[in-house]
Design a protein around this ligand. Structure first.
Ligand code: XMP
Length: 326
């Protein structure tokens, strides 16, 4: 296994040429590490695990099995994109697990944020474990660990965390991007031919939309989060904000207010828009969105998202507010 320390003379990967050299080197190393054995990867569709999948597909093809767990808390279109890119375009072995009901049943009635996170994390490991047990002869577990994960924590990141697997499922680790910084992973992803919206994706928490559907998650409110988030992302992309704003999303709090729709009173949820800029997520400032764009997004959300009768813009910097609401 290679060292967890980035050599002082390692050049920063900033160009396609440097990325291609890294890819060629990794393919050699992966082939020599893996030989003719089998590798398993939890593929979330985020940039890190996607780059690891694409590297392994190039290096060992069908010896890799990717498991994509749809826990029902992904953004609109994400599971479909994972299937399209990896199964249809890259011809990978991809096991798609529809675990939506399982996760939402476990989360029903749970209001406490850390409890929600714990349930999502534990259930993810359980689903992944079940899939791993169905496969024979797996020797390696690939992970999208990147260098900041090693610097900042124990090297196992929350949303790739399958480190909770039981004793008899302890595989040897394969971590081909563990010495890279995020910007380098993106350059490598681009060179590997991954789509831009996968490579330049904004940060997305492991518990996904679950922390943006505050309090007890219900299917209806979760759908309102997913649909309003899709509208916000579409409008930010159209208006040149997608690559500019660090993180932007919507929240649907567990609180209703009165409104009027088609001449009748309604009792519906608000959608809160959050758009922030930061360097390290420790502090954040609020993006100055043009008022006309806010009005247009409000209009679309009110007309296109079921069960919503109000749209608010969160003006709170971090501190005092955290970036997520839970
Ligand atoms: P906060 O809300 O603490 O968020 O200001 C800082 C950054 O971390 C992300 N975040 C998470 N990421 N698992 C993750 O993988 C989590 O449980 C989690 N909670 C927050 C958040 O989206 C922001 O980028």
């Amino acid at each position: 296994m290679t060292s967890n320390v980035r050599p002082a003379d390692m050049a920063r990967i900033t160009t396609v040429e440097l990325a291609n050299a890294f890819i060629d080197q990794q393919i050699k190393e992966l082939r020599s590490q893996i030989g003719d054995k089998k590798v398993l990867l939890a593929l979330s569709g985020g940039v890190d695990s996607s780059v690891v999948a694409a590297l392994l597909i190039k290096a060992v093809g069908k010896q890799l099995t990717c498991v994509h767990v749809n826990h029902g808390l992904l953004r609109k279109g994400e599971p479909e994109q994972v299937i399209e890119v990896f199964r249809n375009q890259m011809n990978a072995n991809l096991v798609y697990v529809d675990a939506v009901d399982r996760f939402l049943d476990k989360l029903a009635g749970v209001t406490e944020p850390e409890e929600k996170r714990k349930i999502i994390g534990a259930e993810f490991i359980r689903v992944f474990e079940e899939e791993a047990r169905k496969l024979d002869g797996i020797k390696f577990l690939a992970q999208g660990t990147i260098y900041p994960d090693i610097l900042e924590s124990d090297g196992v990141k929350a949303h790739h965390n399958v480190g909770g697997l039981p004793e008899d499922l302890q595989f040897e680790l394969v971590e081909p991007v563990k010495l890279l910084f995020k910007d380098e992973v993106r350059v490598v992803g681009k060179a590997l031919g991954l789509p831009d919206n996968m490579v330049y994706r904004q940060p997305f928490p492991g518990p996904g939309l679950g922390v943006r559907c505050t309090g007890a998650i219900t299917r209806e409110r979760l759908e309102a989060v997913r649909e309003s988030d899709a509208i916000l992302r579409e409008e930010f992309a159209k208006n040149g904000l997608a690559g500019k704003v660090w993180q932007y999303f919507t929240i649907v709090p567990d609180y209703r207010s009165t409104g009027i729709r088609d001449g009748k009173r309604c009792w519906d949820w608000p959608v809160v828009i959050r758009a922030v800029n930061t360097k390290d997520a420790m502090t954040a400032t609020v993006e100055d969105i043009p008022f006309s764009l806010l009005q247009h997004i409000t209009d679309r959300i009110l007309h296109e998202v079921k069960g919503v009768n109000r749209v608010l813009y969160d003006m709170t910097p971090k501190p005092v507010g955290t970036i997520e609401w839970e």
